[in-house]
Design a protein around this ligand. Structure first.
Ligand SMILES: CSC[C@H]1O[C@@H](n2cnc3c(O)ncnc32)[C@H](O)[C@@H]1O
Ligand SMILES: [Zn+2]
Length: 443
């Protein structure tokens, strides 16, 4: 081998295991992942890497597994400041009597900046490298996410009623359209439309949303069929199931992300599968609010792409996507009454490539493949509680000790090094969080 066949790269990571997610079920042993600029240059056996590459920096992760960064496909980031504020309540009581009054009182651009940063600290420390958000002051959340360097889909909210962000649907849509134009095709930050739910957005604004999405080629994310009450109430008032109503309005397509879907009859399944719409499963929020069970196995067998999200920290109460997908794997088996439903490798796919697909970024992220963006995480499996290791995917999903994140990179940029966040000033953040906690406690 001559010097001119050696390729210079920025970073070489030697890992004990690599789970690239694509091809499905693969575990590579003693491979190296090479990063050049913001992309993965190659994934090859370590002895081959010795021959073919020279790296500016090399990291030996001898007890670690490398994975694609996780995609948290649904949440309300700044609700981290309301973690534990109102527990043990069903959805509509939780929203009407606790969360919406608290939001009316406290939400501001400053609240969003601090709450979003707190959520990013938690998500980055637990392996998320791309998240979707649906909350007020989306221009602030978009800026915070971009400054930190995490990838995001920021859904601007649309509701029939006034909020701290605006006086009604026309204002939300005008501000949202401006945001879409402002961020364009940004490498990290994308804007999408976030009609809150069928029960809070009427037909007029939903039709305007369909037009805006077509005009700007923008995704739509909506809470849908979260509870049996939502469906029963809609049937009583209109004679139509919410999913059917959205389909009639032209809102279901391959650019639509339906969050929750705990109620799925045969007609809903056909509408979602045939439209190409994605489902975002939020198992822990659904369990905590006693909302219901999403039939993940049935949806996947019908060809529906199912991604995963934590929902907000006020209904979860954490933003750890590894924990979420572990819950999803266990729950899927119980709901399907089939222990083979949602295997460990399928669960990892749900938290990575399925999320990337739902957000329209499957070509760029969601798996470790040469040419894709270098969004990579490393999990340390050296703890005795993780021994022995037959398949690292098993520990990541089924062992509560299998999620010790040591490193992460987004577009080749280190975000976590030896468990420490590189781009968030945690002591300063804690002072801000304490200030909000004192205000919220006083009511
Ligand atoms: C339009 S901004 C988002 C809005 O949604 C509220 N919210 C948080 N979690 C849920 C959920 O599980 N179902 C419905 N709505 C939810 C949040 O408090 C904001 O008001
Ligand atoms: Zn939600």
């Amino acid at each position: 081998m001559t010097a001119d066949t050696i390729t210079a790269v920025d970073t070489r990571i030697n890992a004990r295991w690599i789970i690239p997610v694509v091809p499905s079920g693969t575990v590579l042993n003693h491979h190296a992942l090479l990063i050049q600029g913001d992309r993965i240059a190659a994934i090859v056996p370590q002895d081959e890497a010795d021959q073919r590459f020279r790296a500016r920096e090399t990291l030996d992760l001898n007890d670690h597994v490398l994975l694609p960064g996780l995609v948290n496909a649904h949440g309300h980031a700044a609700m981290s400041l309301m973690r534990g504020l109102a527990d043990d309540l069903p959805l509509m009581t939780w929203l009407n009597d606790h969360i919406w009054p608290a939001e009316a009182k406290f939400v501001s651009d400053e609240f969003i900046a601090d709450g979003t940063r707190l959520a990013l600290a938690e998500m980055l420390r637990t392996g998320t490298t791309c998240f979707s958000d649906m909350y007020f002051f989306p221009e602030v959340a978009a800026q915070v996410a971009t400054d930190v360097g995490i990838r995001s889909q920021i859904c601007f909210p649309v509701l029939d009623f006034p909020t701290a962000w605006g006086d009604g649907p026309a204002t939300y849509l005008k501000k949202g359209a401006d945001l879409i134009d402002h961020w364009g095709e940004h490498s990290h930050t994308r804007i999408a439309i976030g009609p809150h739910a069928p029960y809070t957005v009427s037909d007029g604004p939903l039709k305007d949303i369909v037009s805006l999405a077509a005009d700007k080629q923008t995704a739509i994310q909506i809470h849908l069929h979260e509870t049996a009450f939502e469906v029963a109430d809609a049937l009583e008032r209109t004679g139509t199931r919410p999913t059917q109503r959205l389909a009639d309005l032209g809102l279901l397509s391959g650019s639509t992300q339906c969050v929750h879907m705990t109620q799925v009859d045969g007609s809903d399944l056909t509408l979602v599968a045939e439209s190409g719409a994605h489902v975002v499963h939020c198992p822990e929020s659904n369990l905590k609010l006693a909302s219901g069970f999403c039939p993940v196995d049935k949806l996947q067998k019908a060809g529906v792409n199912v991604a995963i999200g934590t929902d907000g920290a006020a209904s979860n109460n954490d933003l750890d996507l590894f924990g979420e997908v572990s819950t999803a794997a266990l729950l899927a088996k119980a709901v399907a009454e089939d222990a083979s439903a949602l295997s460990a490798h399928d669960a990892l796919a749900m938290a990575t490539i399925n999320g990337a697909r739902a957000l329209g970024r499957e070509q760029e992220i969601g798996s470790l493949e040469a040419g894709k963006l270098a969004d990579v995480i490393a999990i340390d499996l050296s703890d005795p509680f993780n021994q022995p290791i037959y398949d690292p995917a098993s520990h990541l999903i089924y062992s509560r000790h299998g999620r010790q994140l040591s490193h992460s990179w987004i577009g080749g940029v280190p975000q976590v090094q030896d468990g420490v966040l590189t781009r968030i000033d945690v002591p300063d953040l804690m002072l801000r969080v304490d200030h909000w906690a004192q205000r919220i406690r006083q009511g």
